[in-house]
Design a protein around this ligand. Structure first.
Ligand code: GAL
Length: 433
Protein backbone atom coordinates (compact mmCIF):
# COMPACT_ATOMS: atom_id res chain seq x y z
CA UNK A 1 0.00 0.00 0.00
CA UNK A 2 1.41 3.44 -0.91
CA UNK A 3 2.18 5.84 1.96
CA UNK A 4 -0.42 8.21 0.53
CA UNK A 5 -3.16 5.57 0.75
CA UNK A 6 -2.09 4.64 4.30
CA UNK A 7 -2.24 8.32 5.21
CA UNK A 8 -5.73 8.72 3.73
CA UNK A 9 -6.98 5.64 5.59
CA UNK A 10 -5.58 6.98 8.88
CA UNK A 11 -7.29 10.32 8.25
CA UNK A 12 -10.57 8.61 7.40
CA UNK A 13 -10.40 6.57 10.64
CA UNK A 14 -9.61 9.70 12.64
CA UNK A 15 -12.58 11.46 11.03
CA UNK A 16 -14.87 8.53 11.89
CA UNK A 17 -13.70 8.52 15.51
CA UNK A 18 -14.38 12.25 15.76
CA UNK A 19 -17.80 11.92 14.15
CA UNK A 20 -18.70 9.01 16.43
CA UNK A 21 -17.58 10.96 19.48
CA UNK A 22 -19.68 13.94 18.44
CA UNK A 23 -22.72 11.76 17.70
CA UNK A 24 -22.41 9.99 21.04
CA UNK A 25 -22.72 13.37 22.70
CA UNK A 26 -19.12 13.22 23.87
CA UNK A 27 -17.64 16.69 23.87
CA UNK A 28 -15.39 17.25 20.85
CA UNK A 29 -11.75 16.82 21.81
CA UNK A 30 -10.33 20.02 23.20
CA UNK A 31 -8.63 21.65 20.22
CA UNK A 32 -5.06 21.63 21.54
CA UNK A 33 -2.74 21.63 18.55
CA UNK A 34 0.72 20.16 18.55
CA UNK A 35 2.29 23.46 17.60
CA UNK A 36 6.00 22.71 17.71
CA UNK A 37 8.55 24.96 19.31
CA UNK A 38 10.52 27.14 16.92
CA UNK A 39 12.95 24.84 15.08
CA UNK A 40 15.96 26.93 16.09
CA UNK A 41 18.37 27.00 13.20
CA UNK A 42 17.07 23.70 11.84
CA UNK A 43 17.27 23.32 8.09
CA UNK A 44 13.83 22.55 6.71
CA UNK A 45 13.20 20.48 3.61
CA UNK A 46 10.31 18.80 1.79
CA UNK A 47 7.27 20.71 0.57
CA UNK A 48 4.87 23.41 1.63
CA UNK A 49 1.52 23.45 -0.16
CA UNK A 50 -0.16 26.83 -0.08
CA UNK A 51 -3.73 27.31 -1.25
CA UNK A 52 -5.22 30.67 -2.26
CA UNK A 53 -7.17 32.47 -4.98
CA UNK A 54 -4.51 35.08 -5.56
CA UNK A 55 -3.83 35.00 -9.26
CA UNK A 56 -4.57 38.59 -10.34
CA UNK A 57 -1.92 41.32 -10.58
CA UNK A 58 -1.10 42.79 -7.18
CA UNK A 59 -2.37 39.85 -5.16
CA UNK A 60 -0.10 37.32 -6.91
CA UNK A 61 2.81 39.78 -6.63
CA UNK A 62 2.27 40.16 -2.89
CA UNK A 63 2.15 36.41 -2.38
CA UNK A 64 5.32 35.96 -4.42
CA UNK A 65 7.10 38.55 -2.31
CA UNK A 66 6.33 36.48 0.79
CA UNK A 67 7.38 33.28 -0.97
CA UNK A 68 10.66 35.01 -1.83
CA UNK A 69 11.35 35.59 1.86
CA UNK A 70 10.38 32.02 2.72
CA UNK A 71 12.66 30.58 0.04
CA UNK A 72 15.54 32.70 1.28
CA UNK A 73 15.12 31.37 4.81
CA UNK A 74 14.33 27.77 3.77
CA UNK A 75 15.91 27.16 0.37
CA UNK A 76 15.38 23.42 0.54
CA UNK A 77 11.61 23.62 0.90
CA UNK A 78 9.64 23.40 -2.33
CA UNK A 79 6.62 25.70 -2.28
CA UNK A 80 3.62 24.27 -4.10
CA UNK A 81 1.50 27.28 -5.05
CA UNK A 82 -1.99 25.81 -5.37
CA UNK A 83 -4.25 28.58 -6.64
CA UNK A 84 -7.83 28.47 -7.86
CA UNK A 85 -8.64 31.73 -9.67
CA UNK A 86 -11.84 33.66 -8.91
CA UNK A 87 -12.23 36.85 -6.89
CA UNK A 88 -13.35 36.60 -3.27
CA UNK A 89 -12.57 32.87 -3.38
CA UNK A 90 -15.73 32.10 -5.34
CA UNK A 91 -14.23 28.97 -6.89
CA UNK A 92 -11.44 28.29 -4.42
CA UNK A 93 -13.68 27.80 -1.40
CA UNK A 94 -15.60 24.94 -3.02
CA UNK A 95 -12.40 23.15 -4.06
CA UNK A 96 -10.98 23.61 -0.59
CA UNK A 97 -14.05 22.16 1.13
CA UNK A 98 -13.83 19.06 -1.07
CA UNK A 99 -10.15 18.63 -0.29
CA UNK A 100 -10.69 19.00 3.45
CA UNK A 101 -13.58 16.56 3.48
CA UNK A 102 -11.57 14.12 1.36
CA UNK A 103 -8.63 14.11 3.77
CA UNK A 104 -6.36 15.81 1.24
CA UNK A 105 -5.74 19.26 2.73
CA UNK A 106 -3.17 21.74 1.53
CA UNK A 107 -0.82 22.63 4.41
CA UNK A 108 -2.09 26.19 4.67
CA UNK A 109 -4.93 28.05 3.02
CA UNK A 110 -6.41 31.49 2.66
CA UNK A 111 -9.20 32.19 5.12
CA UNK A 112 -11.02 35.45 5.78
CA UNK A 113 -10.95 36.60 9.37
CA UNK A 114 -14.45 36.45 10.84
CA UNK A 115 -17.36 34.07 10.56
CA UNK A 116 -16.20 32.42 7.34
CA UNK A 117 -14.18 29.98 9.49
CA UNK A 118 -17.42 28.29 10.55
CA UNK A 119 -17.67 26.80 7.04
CA UNK A 120 -14.51 24.75 7.59
CA UNK A 121 -15.66 23.15 10.85
CA UNK A 122 -12.55 24.42 12.64
CA UNK A 123 -12.62 21.82 15.45
CA UNK A 124 -12.47 19.13 12.82
CA UNK A 125 -10.27 20.42 10.03
CA UNK A 126 -8.13 23.23 11.44
CA UNK A 127 -5.39 23.56 13.99
CA UNK A 128 -5.97 26.18 16.66
CA UNK A 129 -3.10 28.63 16.70
CA UNK A 130 -3.28 30.00 20.24
CA UNK A 131 0.19 28.84 21.25
CA UNK A 132 1.73 30.34 18.14
CA UNK A 133 -0.01 33.65 18.88
CA UNK A 134 1.36 33.58 22.41
CA UNK A 135 4.91 32.66 21.41
CA UNK A 136 5.01 35.32 18.67
CA UNK A 137 3.34 37.97 20.86
CA UNK A 138 0.69 38.56 18.20
CA UNK A 139 -2.11 39.50 20.55
CA UNK A 140 -0.05 42.62 21.23
CA UNK A 141 0.76 43.64 17.65
CA UNK A 142 -2.51 42.86 15.90
CA UNK A 143 -5.09 45.63 16.46
CA UNK A 144 -7.99 45.00 18.85
CA UNK A 145 -10.70 45.22 16.18
CA UNK A 146 -8.91 42.55 14.20
CA UNK A 147 -8.27 40.30 17.18
CA UNK A 148 -12.01 40.39 17.88
CA UNK A 149 -12.67 39.22 14.33
CA UNK A 150 -10.03 36.50 14.46
CA UNK A 151 -11.22 34.73 17.59
CA UNK A 152 -13.85 32.11 16.95
CA UNK A 153 -15.09 29.94 19.81
CA UNK A 154 -12.26 31.33 21.92
CA UNK A 155 -9.47 30.20 19.61
CA UNK A 156 -7.39 31.65 16.82
CA UNK A 157 -7.66 29.72 13.55
CA UNK A 158 -5.73 31.88 11.14
CA UNK A 159 -2.76 34.24 10.99
CA UNK A 160 -3.77 37.56 9.40
CA UNK A 161 -1.53 39.03 6.74
CA UNK A 162 -3.45 42.21 6.00
CA UNK A 163 -6.44 44.48 6.39
CA UNK A 164 -8.47 45.42 3.32
CA UNK A 165 -11.16 48.06 2.94
CA UNK A 166 -14.19 47.33 0.78
CA UNK A 167 -15.85 50.77 0.60
CA UNK A 168 -13.69 52.67 -1.85
CA UNK A 169 -14.79 54.61 -4.90
CA UNK A 170 -11.96 54.63 -7.45
CA UNK A 171 -12.06 57.19 -10.24
CA UNK A 172 -10.11 58.25 -13.30
CA UNK A 173 -8.44 61.53 -12.32
CA UNK A 174 -8.05 62.85 -15.84
CA UNK A 175 -11.68 62.23 -16.74
CA UNK A 176 -12.74 63.95 -13.55
CA UNK A 177 -10.43 66.93 -14.11
CA UNK A 178 -11.45 67.28 -17.78
CA UNK A 179 -15.10 67.44 -16.71
CA UNK A 180 -14.62 69.74 -13.73
CA UNK A 181 -15.59 67.01 -11.28
CA UNK A 182 -14.35 66.20 -7.81
CA UNK A 183 -14.81 62.93 -5.89
CA UNK A 184 -18.50 62.77 -4.86
CA UNK A 185 -19.10 62.80 -1.11
CA UNK A 186 -22.88 62.27 -1.31
CA UNK A 187 -25.15 60.23 -3.56
CA UNK A 188 -26.57 63.45 -5.01
CA UNK A 189 -23.09 64.48 -6.07
CA UNK A 190 -22.45 60.96 -7.37
CA UNK A 191 -25.50 61.01 -9.63
CA UNK A 192 -24.73 64.54 -10.84
CA UNK A 193 -21.20 63.42 -11.79
CA UNK A 194 -22.67 60.29 -13.41
CA UNK A 195 -24.99 62.45 -15.56
CA UNK A 196 -22.07 64.61 -16.66
CA UNK A 197 -20.02 61.56 -17.67
CA UNK A 198 -22.95 59.95 -19.44
CA UNK A 199 -23.53 63.08 -21.49
CA UNK A 200 -19.90 62.79 -22.65
CA UNK A 201 -20.40 59.23 -23.86
CA UNK A 202 -18.31 57.74 -21.04
CA UNK A 203 -19.35 54.88 -18.75
CA UNK A 204 -20.07 56.64 -15.45
CA UNK A 205 -19.85 53.54 -13.23
CA UNK A 206 -17.94 50.41 -14.15
CA UNK A 207 -18.81 47.09 -12.57
CA UNK A 208 -18.29 43.41 -13.35
CA UNK A 209 -20.57 40.79 -11.80
CA UNK A 210 -19.26 37.70 -13.57
CA UNK A 211 -18.19 35.86 -10.44
CA UNK A 212 -21.40 36.40 -8.52
CA UNK A 213 -20.04 38.32 -5.49
CA UNK A 214 -19.39 41.78 -6.88
CA UNK A 215 -22.98 43.08 -6.67
CA UNK A 216 -23.08 41.99 -3.02
CA UNK A 217 -19.79 43.78 -2.49
CA UNK A 218 -21.08 47.02 -4.00
CA UNK A 219 -24.29 46.78 -2.03
CA UNK A 220 -22.62 46.28 1.35
CA UNK A 221 -20.93 49.63 0.86
CA UNK A 222 -24.28 51.25 0.03
CA UNK A 223 -25.85 49.65 3.10
CA UNK A 224 -23.03 51.05 5.25
CA UNK A 225 -23.63 54.44 3.65
CA UNK A 226 -27.39 54.58 4.14
CA UNK A 227 -27.70 52.81 7.48
CA UNK A 228 -24.50 54.20 9.01
CA UNK A 229 -21.98 52.02 10.82
CA UNK A 230 -24.25 51.10 13.72
CA UNK A 231 -27.32 50.34 11.61
CA UNK A 232 -25.19 48.29 9.23
CA UNK A 233 -23.57 46.27 12.00
CA UNK A 234 -26.95 45.69 13.59
CA UNK A 235 -28.26 44.10 10.37
CA UNK A 236 -25.86 41.20 10.92
CA UNK A 237 -26.80 40.91 14.58
CA UNK A 238 -30.56 40.90 14.01
CA UNK A 239 -30.96 44.28 15.71
CA UNK A 240 -31.82 46.19 12.53
CA UNK A 241 -34.49 44.23 10.64
CA UNK A 242 -33.97 43.78 6.92
CA UNK A 243 -37.51 45.07 6.53
CA UNK A 244 -36.27 48.52 7.60
CA UNK A 245 -37.16 51.24 5.04
CA UNK A 246 -33.48 52.16 4.85
CA UNK A 247 -32.72 48.76 3.34
CA UNK A 248 -35.29 49.55 0.63
CA UNK A 249 -33.63 52.94 0.16
CA UNK A 250 -30.23 51.26 -0.20
CA UNK A 251 -31.65 48.83 -2.78
CA UNK A 252 -33.22 51.77 -4.62
CA UNK A 253 -29.85 53.55 -4.67
CA UNK A 254 -28.12 50.44 -6.03
CA UNK A 255 -30.76 50.10 -8.73
CA UNK A 256 -30.23 53.72 -9.71
CA UNK A 257 -26.47 53.11 -9.85
CA UNK A 258 -26.88 50.16 -12.18
CA UNK A 259 -28.61 52.45 -14.69
CA UNK A 260 -25.21 54.15 -15.17
CA UNK A 261 -23.22 50.92 -15.49
CA UNK A 262 -21.45 49.35 -18.46
CA UNK A 263 -23.86 47.05 -20.30
CA UNK A 264 -21.36 44.16 -20.42
CA UNK A 265 -21.15 43.96 -16.61
CA UNK A 266 -22.32 40.33 -16.38
CA UNK A 267 -19.39 39.19 -18.53
CA UNK A 268 -16.67 41.02 -16.59
CA UNK A 269 -14.66 40.32 -13.44
CA UNK A 270 -13.74 43.09 -10.99
CA UNK A 271 -10.39 43.60 -12.69
CA UNK A 272 -11.91 43.60 -16.19
CA UNK A 273 -14.16 46.39 -14.96
CA UNK A 274 -11.23 48.30 -13.46
CA UNK A 275 -9.58 48.13 -16.90
CA UNK A 276 -12.23 50.63 -18.09
CA UNK A 277 -10.61 53.21 -15.79
CA UNK A 278 -7.12 52.38 -17.03
CA UNK A 279 -8.30 52.72 -20.64
CA UNK A 280 -9.93 56.08 -19.95
CA UNK A 281 -13.39 54.76 -20.88
CA UNK A 282 -14.98 54.61 -17.45
CA UNK A 283 -15.26 57.17 -14.67
CA UNK A 284 -15.85 55.38 -11.35
CA UNK A 285 -15.60 51.92 -9.83
CA UNK A 286 -16.67 50.72 -6.38
CA UNK A 287 -14.34 47.95 -5.23
CA UNK A 288 -12.04 46.88 -2.41
CA UNK A 289 -8.52 48.18 -2.18
CA UNK A 290 -6.94 45.15 -3.86
CA UNK A 291 -7.72 47.45 -6.83
CA UNK A 292 -4.89 49.67 -5.59
CA UNK A 293 -2.54 46.66 -5.80
CA UNK A 294 -3.89 45.79 -9.24
CA UNK A 295 -3.46 49.36 -10.55
CA UNK A 296 0.09 49.34 -9.15
CA UNK A 297 0.84 46.04 -10.89
CA UNK A 298 -0.31 47.66 -14.16
CA UNK A 299 1.87 50.68 -13.44
CA UNK A 300 -1.28 52.79 -13.72
CA UNK A 301 -1.09 55.94 -11.64
CA UNK A 302 -4.02 57.98 -12.93
CA UNK A 303 -6.53 56.93 -10.29
CA UNK A 304 -8.06 58.84 -7.44
CA UNK A 305 -9.99 57.45 -4.52
CA UNK A 306 -12.54 58.40 -1.89
CA UNK A 307 -14.77 56.53 0.53
CA UNK A 308 -18.00 55.43 -1.15
CA UNK A 309 -20.42 58.40 -0.84
CA UNK A 310 -21.80 58.67 2.67
CA UNK A 311 -19.20 56.32 4.20
CA UNK A 312 -16.70 58.95 5.28
CA UNK A 313 -15.55 57.82 8.73
CA UNK A 314 -16.63 54.21 8.14
CA UNK A 315 -14.15 51.49 7.23
CA UNK A 316 -15.82 48.34 5.91
CA UNK A 317 -13.10 45.88 6.76
CA UNK A 318 -11.92 42.40 5.92
CA UNK A 319 -8.72 40.54 6.50
CA UNK A 320 -7.00 37.65 4.77
CA UNK A 321 -5.46 35.12 7.07
CA UNK A 322 -3.71 31.80 6.60
CA UNK A 323 -5.00 28.74 8.39
CA UNK A 324 -3.21 25.54 9.35
CA UNK A 325 -4.91 22.37 8.19
CA UNK A 326 -5.16 19.41 10.52
CA UNK A 327 -3.22 16.59 8.88
CA UNK A 328 -0.85 19.04 7.19
CA UNK A 329 1.94 17.07 5.56
CA UNK A 330 4.83 18.99 7.05
CA UNK A 331 4.08 20.70 10.30
CA UNK A 332 7.44 22.44 10.62
CA UNK A 333 7.33 23.94 7.13
CA UNK A 334 3.80 25.07 7.84
CA UNK A 335 4.67 26.72 11.13
CA UNK A 336 7.62 28.48 9.50
CA UNK A 337 5.18 29.85 6.90
CA UNK A 338 2.72 31.08 9.51
CA UNK A 339 5.47 32.78 11.49
CA UNK A 340 6.53 34.59 8.34
CA UNK A 341 2.95 35.53 7.48
CA UNK A 342 2.50 37.20 10.87
CA UNK A 343 5.92 38.85 10.94
CA UNK A 344 6.75 42.50 10.27
CA UNK A 345 9.15 41.55 7.47
CA UNK A 346 6.57 39.28 5.80
CA UNK A 347 3.83 41.89 6.00
CA UNK A 348 6.03 44.75 4.82
CA UNK A 349 6.97 42.69 1.75
CA UNK A 350 3.41 41.58 1.02
CA UNK A 351 1.10 44.50 1.63
CA UNK A 352 2.52 47.33 -0.49
CA UNK A 353 2.10 45.06 -3.52
CA UNK A 354 -1.22 43.54 -2.43
CA UNK A 355 -2.88 46.91 -1.92
CA UNK A 356 -3.64 46.34 1.73
CA UNK A 357 -2.33 47.59 5.02
CA UNK A 358 -0.55 45.43 7.55
CA UNK A 359 -2.46 43.40 10.09
CA UNK A 360 0.24 44.61 12.48
CA UNK A 361 0.48 48.05 14.01
CA UNK A 362 4.26 48.42 13.60
CA UNK A 363 4.78 48.46 9.80
CA UNK A 364 6.71 51.38 8.33
CA UNK A 365 4.24 53.72 6.55
CA UNK A 366 7.03 54.98 4.29
CA UNK A 367 6.96 51.65 2.43
CA UNK A 368 3.37 52.29 1.34
CA UNK A 369 1.90 54.48 -1.41
CA UNK A 370 -0.31 57.51 -0.66
CA UNK A 371 -3.56 55.55 -0.95
CA UNK A 372 -2.36 52.92 1.54
CA UNK A 373 -1.05 55.59 3.89
CA UNK A 374 -4.52 57.15 3.85
CA UNK A 375 -6.03 53.72 4.58
CA UNK A 376 -3.72 53.34 7.59
CA UNK A 377 -4.93 56.66 8.98
CA UNK A 378 -8.57 55.79 8.35
CA UNK A 379 -8.22 52.36 9.96
CA UNK A 380 -6.99 53.96 13.16
CA UNK A 381 -9.69 56.66 13.31
CA UNK A 382 -12.82 55.30 11.54
CA UNK A 383 -15.71 53.17 12.77
CA UNK A 384 -14.78 49.61 11.75
CA UNK A 385 -17.56 47.39 10.41
CA UNK A 386 -17.23 43.90 8.94
CA UNK A 387 -17.59 43.06 5.24
CA UNK A 388 -20.12 40.37 4.39
CA UNK A 389 -18.94 39.72 0.84
CA UNK A 390 -15.53 38.76 2.23
CA UNK A 391 -16.26 36.49 5.11
CA UNK A 392 -16.27 38.76 8.12
CA UNK A 393 -19.89 39.61 9.01
CA UNK A 394 -21.85 36.40 8.53
CA UNK A 395 -21.47 32.66 8.23
CA UNK A 396 -20.80 31.48 4.69
CA UNK A 397 -24.24 30.06 3.98
CA UNK A 398 -25.89 33.37 4.86
CA UNK A 399 -23.28 35.38 2.94
CA UNK A 400 -23.84 33.14 -0.09
CA UNK A 401 -27.61 33.73 -0.14
CA UNK A 402 -27.00 37.46 0.36
CA UNK A 403 -24.62 37.54 -2.63
CA UNK A 404 -27.02 35.52 -4.81
CA UNK A 405 -29.92 37.84 -4.00
CA UNK A 406 -27.89 40.89 -4.92
CA UNK A 407 -26.51 39.32 -8.07
CA UNK A 408 -30.04 38.70 -9.32
CA UNK A 409 -31.13 42.14 -8.14
CA UNK A 410 -28.39 43.85 -10.18
CA UNK A 411 -30.21 42.72 -13.33
CA UNK A 412 -33.86 42.49 -12.24
CA UNK A 413 -34.05 45.47 -9.93
CA UNK A 414 -37.08 44.23 -7.96
CA UNK A 415 -36.64 46.09 -4.67
CA UNK A 416 -39.53 44.47 -2.77
CA UNK A 417 -38.56 40.93 -3.77
CA UNK A 418 -34.90 41.43 -2.89
CA UNK A 419 -35.73 42.97 0.48
CA UNK A 420 -38.02 40.07 1.33
CA UNK A 421 -35.35 37.54 0.40
CA UNK A 422 -32.72 39.34 2.44
CA UNK A 423 -35.00 39.31 5.50
CA UNK A 424 -35.75 35.63 4.93
CA UNK A 425 -32.03 34.81 4.76
CA UNK A 426 -31.56 36.47 8.13
CA UNK A 427 -34.47 34.43 9.56
CA UNK A 428 -33.17 31.20 8.01
CA UNK A 429 -29.85 31.76 9.72
CA UNK A 430 -31.49 32.12 13.09
CA UNK A 431 -30.46 35.76 13.53
CA UNK A 432 -33.80 37.48 12.77
CA UNK A 433 -37.24 36.47 13.96
C1 GAL B 1 -11.12 39.12 -1.34
C2 GAL B 1 -9.77 38.90 -0.72
C3 GAL B 1 -8.81 39.85 -1.27
C4 GAL B 1 -8.84 39.88 -2.79
C5 GAL B 1 -10.25 39.93 -3.33
C6 GAL B 1 -10.37 39.77 -4.82
O1 GAL B 1 -12.03 38.22 -0.84
O2 GAL B 1 -9.86 39.07 0.66
O3 GAL B 1 -7.53 39.57 -0.80
O4 GAL B 1 -8.16 38.80 -3.24
O5 GAL B 1 -11.05 38.96 -2.73
O6 GAL B 1 -10.03 38.50 -5.22
Amino acid sequence: MSPQIVRRICLAIAALVLTAAAQAGTPAPSPKAPEPAKPAGKELSGKLEMFSWWTAGGEADGLNAMYGLYRKAHPKVEIVNATVAGGAGTNAKAVLSTRLAGGDPPDSFQLHAGLEVEKYEPGKYLQPLDRLYASEGWDKVFPKDLIALLKYKDHYWGVPVNIHRSNILWYNQKIFADNGLTAPATWDQFFKAADTLKAKGLVPLVIGTKEGWEAGHTFETILASILGPKGYKDLWAGKTPWTDPKVAEALGTFKRLMAYANTDYAALTWSDAAQYLVDGKGGMHIMGDWTDGWFTSKNYKGYGWAPVPGTQGTFVALSDSFAAAKGARDQENLMAWLRLAGSKAGQEAFNPKKGSICARTDCDPKLFNPYLQSAMKDWSSNAIVPSVAHGAAAVEKWATVYKDVLNTFATRGDVAAAQKELQQACVDNGVCK
